[in-house]
Design a protein around this ligand. Structure first.
Ligand SMILES: NC(=O)c1ccc[n+]([C@@H]2O[C@H](COP(=O)([O-])OP(=O)(O)OC[C@H]3O[C@@H](n4cnc5c(N)ncnc54)[C@H](O)[C@@H]3O)[C@@H](O)[C@H]2O)c1
Ligand SMILES: [Fe+2]
Length: 403
């Protein structure tokens, strides 16, 4: 029965891959380097936007991270309204509050400045600026397409989600204890700035967790059956940049070159997974986030080695390619050896970053619910190399119990 399901899923995924290949992605214009966020502000002004809603979180306002952009936009005649009510894993209520501010001030474009939470919230605020459709009804594939969104600009201040270059927004529904993925071509920002300077003050633990999120995007996109030649290139380049720079960015947050490289890596990994998709690491991590509020990157970092260990019999060649590209493992090693060396490097990074191997909050009684929700999320969109059945998924999650 399970073999039949897998056969059916493989055919479905092949059709899905052909459709993804033909989707008309409109990638944002990217400004890069120190000070590029100001360049983006000048670009926004040049588009003729007079009233812009800046979506962010209160912490970034307090840190003064928005000051330069505020001044630059004002200098160029743009009236800015700030909505800073976004919190990690933004909820429907936080987004609706932002929509009210947008409408009350007649804003005609949205600028997101922050981590994935602020960018995702801004995406949905920009969409709600064009339609009265309830957010819960936007969840799923292409539910925003015909109403469209207000023009959206993004400045990531973490290097992890790649949300500035993806067609996804993840919204939390605390009532249902679930995360709703909204996926639509219209959620793609029109332009974004990768400005490592804004990441200098990002605390080491968040740098580590968000960097591991970017690594998960690259690895899951690379081992996906939906991978294409162009997503492979992006994923390899992202993995190389992360392996070469994440440790430095964590240990020496003021190293601008490492920050800029991580920002680039996150962006490349975002493009890779936008087309190739993610896999079980994300499916399980999203549900840890929904149930226990585990930060997204941290959840991915914990789950990744377990899923790769389970998957490696079906993707050792792909993991070996990543290992070779990053000079990990023995030269001329066999695929299986190199795949193991790659997974071991991820565990080594976990140890260096003080990321636990088990999830403290995980409760045995919740495992059936988490497994069911993860398999449901993965079922029709994640082209994983090796499929899990319900029992397999539960037993994989059980390995993450502290006791
Ligand atoms: N849209 C997508 O494609 C996509 C992909 C992956 C994850 N996500 C979603 O993104 C969210 C996670 O985003 P995230 O990991 O970037 O974290 P985040 O946006 O939740 O931010 C985490 C914390 O870092 C702080 N912070 C951010 N930038 C800072 C800076 N430069 N200096 C100091 N503090 C700073 C924030 O104030 C916040 O407290 C989750 O909701 C996740 O589901 C979306
Ligand atoms: Fe992610």
């Amino acid at each position: 029965m399970f073999a039949f399901k897998v056969f059916f899923l493989k055919i479905y995924m092949f059709i899905f891959k052909c459709i993804t290949f033909m989707l008309p992605f409109k990638w944002p214009r990217i400004f890069e380097g120190s000070g590029s966020s100001l360049e983006l502000c000048r670009h926004i002004a040049a588009q003729g936007h007079k009233k812009v809603l800046l979506v962010s979180d209160a912490m970034l306002v307090k840190l003064g991270l928005l000051d330069g952009m505020k001044a630059e936009l004002a200098k160029h005649g743009v009236t800015l309204t700030i909505y800073d009510g976004v919190m990690p894993d933004p909820t429907i209520a936080q987004i609706e509050a932002g929509v009210s501010v947008l409408k009350a001030n007649g804003c005609e474009a949205v600028l997101a400045v922050g981590g994935g939470s602020s960018i995702d919230a801004a995406k949905v605020i920009a969409a709600r600026g064009k339609t009265n459709k309830p957010i819960a009804k936007m969840a799923g594939l292409f539910k925003v397409y015909f109403s469209g969104t207000l023009p959206l600009y993004a400045v990531p201040t973490t290097a992890g989600t790649g949300s500035e270059v993806t067609i996804a927004a993840v919204v939390s529904d605390p009532k249902l204890q679930s995360k709703l993925p909204i996926i639509d071509l219209k959620l793609m920002p029109v332009a974004a700035a990768l400005d490592g300077q804004l990441m200098i003050g990002l605390p080491a633990n968040i740098t580590a967790a968000t960097g591991m999120d970017a690594l998960t995007h690259a690895v899951e996109a690379f081992i996906s059956h939906n991978a294409l030649q162009r997503t492979d290139k992006l994923a390899i380049q992202a993995t190389q940049l992360i392996m070469a720079n994440l440790v430095t960015a964590v240990n020496d947050g003021s190293n601008l070159a490492a920050r800029q490289a991580m920002s680039k890596a996150s962006n490349l990994a975002g493009m890779a997974f936008t087309q190739a998709g993610v896999g079980y690491v994300h499916a399980i991590a999203h549900n840890f986030g929904a149930l226990y509020h585990t930060p997204h990157g941290l959840a991915n970092a914990i789950v990744m080695p377990y899923v790769l260990d389970f998957s490696k019999s079906k993707c050792s060649r792909r993991l070996a390619e990543l290992a070779k590209a990053c000079n990990i493992g023995p030269t001329n090693g066999f695929d299986a050896e190199l795949a193991d060396a790659f997974i071991e490097r991820i565990r080594e990074m976990q140890r260096q970053f003080n990321i636990p191997q088990k999830l403290d909050a995980l409760q045995r009684k919740d495992i059936p619910q988490i497994a069911a929700a993860a398999l449901n999320e993965a079922r029709f969109t994640y082209a994983v190399p090796r499929y899990l059945d319900r029992e397999g998924c539960e037993s994989l999650i059980r390995q993450m119990l502290v006791s």
